[in-house]
Design a protein around this ligand. Structure first.
Ligand code: CTP
Length: 405
């Protein structure tokens, strides 16, 4: 057994650092949400420059963006003769959110009558647009045709979503949630180093019913498994997420299979397994389930003894017929239980086991951070400092990629 320690700076980096993002804001009520987009992108490590159309300044003042980004916010293309070139050259990604029907139509036909539309013509990198408009405008054949034209030119569209619109109507046209827009930028800027891989992930607890009201479960928020799913999607993998009951939103783009009982999780895993190249099992599977499930609520006098049977160990079955797959298991322990984790890795034929001590602050349930040690097939232990679960997820995938060679 050998031990390696990594420092925080060696392992953790901001997702979007270093990256210059040009954020175009056009004239829609949703423009106020762009302030949050700029802020969130900066929190991910990006440098954000904002460009507005004249119409956008009717909804929100450039001053707000200047305060948030610390940079001037150009609107008028005649103020600086080269801003329509220089801003495009400096940026790694061009996000236009919100983008109106008017600007979409201008983009599609190459009209360059303001700074933003000029930048669209000079910019040569990845472009993401998040439309916001009234349903009828969105469904106009001209707008739909122009969106298709832009898609064919390589633009990635996020949304719009169905929901209540500023005009009071319900329908398709609402700008996507800020978190979805930021996520699409993060995905676009993350190298596709897992393209071609199919990552099968289990997450969350299982719930084994005693009667319609009571069940046996394990503590698990599902956050770690969902973070692995998110990280794998960002890196271009196909992702199947088999999840027990959690309160989390499944990451967009994942094949999501919702289960309750260990038996259902086992079935879902076995069905998805044939095409999986990487299997990461973060679920806290209940070890036992009641032999009988009562159809009606049981009287508490009947509950002092419940007959249990042991559930199948799903990861052990996968390990027994692993083939060329890389198999990663988790060991949530209390105290320093390195020996238990090492034993689990050997007994279940895992390539890596990720151990955490749930009694340590910052490594337990419900929190967004974790403190893990990774044990490899030679029983080498690498201890990592406290970091966000999404960063732990990337480290796990880095370790998996290194094994794939
Ligand atoms: N696991 C599984 N199926 C089970 C139990 C566990 O797939 N029925 C997986 C978990 O998802 C995890 C690993 O096995 O990746 C270790 O889980 P853990 O509960 O720590 O292991 P157990 O072997 O059940 O050991 P313990 O006695 O500590 O509960």
């Amino acid at each position: 057994m050998s031990l390696q320690l990594r420092t925080f700076s060696e392992t953790v980096d901001l997702v979007l650092k270093p990256c210059n993002i040009l954020l175009g804001v056009t004239g829609s009520i949703a423009a106020y949400k762009s302030v949050d987009i700029a802020r969130r992108l900066q929190e991910e490590g990006a440098a954000v420059s904002v460009v507005m159309t004249d119409a956008a300044t009717r909804f929100i003042t450039p001053y707000i963006f200047e305060a948030v980004t610390g940079k001037p916010v150009p609107v008028d293309m005649f103020k600086d003769p080269f801003s329509h070139i220089n801003l495009a050259l400096d940026a790694g990604l061009f996000l236009i959110a919100p983008v109106t029907a008017n600007t979409i139509n201008k983009f599609a036909s190459g009209i360059a009558d303001n700074l933003l539309t000029n930048l669209w013509l000079t910019f040569k990198g990845k472009v993401i647009m998040a439309p916001a408009m009234n349903t009828r405008m969105y469904q106009s054949p001209i707008v739909l045709e122009n969106i298709q034209k832009l898609r064919d030119a390589g633009v990635h569209f996020v949304g719009p979503e169905t929901g209540s619109l500023a005009c009071g109507e319900e329908g398709l046209g609402r700008m996507s949630e800020v978190s979805d827009i930021v996520e699409s930028v993060v995905r676009a800027m993350t190298p596709d180093d897992m393209k071609g891989e199919h990552v099968l992930i289990t997450a969350g607890p299982t719930a084994e019913p005693i009667d319609p009201i009571r069940y046996i479960t394990n503590r698990s928020s599902g956050k770690m498994g969902y973070a692995v799913a998110e990280a794998a999607l960002r890196r271009g993998a196909k992702v199947t997420l088999v999840s027990g009951p959690t309160s989390l939103q499944p990451p967009s783009g994942a094949e999501f299979i919702k289960v309750r009982r260990a038996e259902e999780m086992e079935r879902a895993v076995m069905e998805s397994l044939p095409s999986a190249t990487i299997v990461v099992m973060a679920a806290a599977v209940s070890d036992f389930s009641p032999v009988n499930t009562a159809l009606k609520k049981m009287d508490k006098s009947e509950l002092s003894e419940i007959k249990l049977r042991q559930n199948n160990d799903i990861i052990r079955q996968v390990g027994a017929d692993k083939g060329t797959r890389i198999l990663v298991g988790f060991a949530a322990e209390t105290g320093n239980s390195m020996d238990r984790a090492i034993r689990k890795r050997r007994e279940k034929n895992l390539d890596l086991v990720v151990m955490n001590d749930v009694t340590t602050e910052g490594a337990g349930f419900e929190v967004d951070t974790n403190i893990v040690s990774v044990i490899d097939a030679e029983d080498r232990i690498t201890e990592y400092p406290i970091m966000k679960k999404i960063e732990v997820a990337d480290i796990i995938l880095d370790r998996v990629s290194a094994l794939k060679g």
